[in-house]
Write a protein that binds this ligand. Structure first.
Ligand code: GSH
Length: 306
């Protein structure tokens, strides 16, 4: 677990991934400008922590002098009030209705999701999702979900966006409904779930536009910006593809990952620059191409020379 900053009174504790139950709370703090400790629990730490949590699940919210809070939807509203993303008095119907719609989507997705993770929940033998028959069962359920339910909900969210009267899901200002919706939509789009293609929302341009708009908000962009890692010249030498290590090359202060770029592969002439500062190559017309073409594959790593 990360060391908490004691000057920050609030700690959101969740696993080290972006699933909506925890990520919506982090995003709520980000959108509401609420300082928080982002405490990420490793799977190996969970068994010890679990009995110490109020209900044996994460996320939890820890605040100095207050009982630990659990249940992510309740915490979302609690944080939302602190961050101006959920009215303290006045109408909450529209926001609550969107939250309920997202919960309906979660319910519809639960069966296809867990069939591929914990088939024992549905009367199938434990581990059977890894057999060929189990994989086919998961595939059929998830493909059907993408073709039917996901489209139905995407249509409803599109309508909600059109009715919203603003760029956000509930108007012209961000609310907790945006903190809740963004990680939910992105989880389907990431391509990390078997049988759910990255194109699954492509038929809904307004939703794609919404995701891009949200991701481009300065605070959100900064939140998802990959961490900057600094290298010394000596450390860079460790990244030459030896013993399964990735291949990095530095140009003009940025380290690029060239692991899958043929131009730098072992046996190719520019492999000798891997693990080194190749800045001078950038100034050679002949070699400019490969670096320009790497832009999208670059890692946000900054090389610093001590
Ligand atoms: N209704 C709860 C559900 C929390 C929940 O199921 N958390 C999962 C992770 S998303 C968990 O802690 N699983 C670990 C376990 O059950 O041991 C909430 O929204 O906070």
């Amino acid at each position: 677990m990360a060391e908490a900053n004691s000057a920050v009174p609030l700690t959101v504790t969740y696993f080290d991934f972006q699933a909506a139950p925890g990520e919506k709370l982090r995003l709520c703090c980000v959108l509401g400008n609420i300082p928080f400790n982002d405490n990420r629990v490793k799977r190996s730490e969970w068994a010890d922590l679990k009995p110490l949590t109020p209900q044996g699940v994460l996320p939890i919210l820890v605040e100095e002098g207050l009982p630990v809070k659990c249940q992510s939807e309740a915490i979302l509203k609690y944080l939302g009030r602190k961050g101006g993303l959920y009215p303290t008095d006045g109408e909450t119907y529209h926001i609550d209705a969107v939250l309920d719609l997202i919960s309906d989507l979660d319910k519809a997705w639960s069966y296809p999701l867990y069939m591929g993770m914990r088939p024992q929940k549905f009367g199938y033998p434990e581990g059977s999702h890894q057999t060929e028959e189990g994989r086919q069962r998961t595939k059929a359920l998830r493909e059907q979900f993408v073709d039917t339910e996901l489209k139905r909900f995407a249509g409803l969210f599109t309508k909600q966006l059109k009715d919203s009267g603003g760029m956000f899901i509930c108007g012209s200002k961000p609310t907790i409904a945006d903190a809740r919706l963004l990680p939910t939509l992105r989880s389907f789009q990431k391509g990390h779930i078997d049988f759910v293609p990255v194109t699954c929302l492509d038929g809904f341009p307004e939703l794609i536009g919404y995701i891009k708009y949200m991701m481009n908000l300065p605070a959100v962009k900064e939140w998802y910006a990959p961490p900057v890692v600094e290298f010394t010249k000596e450390e860079l030498l460790n990244f030459r593809g030896v013993d399964g290590a990735p291949m990095y090359i530095c140009a003009k202060g940025t380290v690029f990952d060239v692991t899958n770029v043929d131009f730098y592969a072992p046996g190719n002439s520019y492999n000798i620059f891997v693990g080194h500062d190749g800045t001078f190559l950038v100034f050679s017309d002949k070699l400019l191409g490969p670096f320009s073409s790497l832009t999208n594959k670059s890692l946000p790593l900054t090389l610093s020379f001590p």
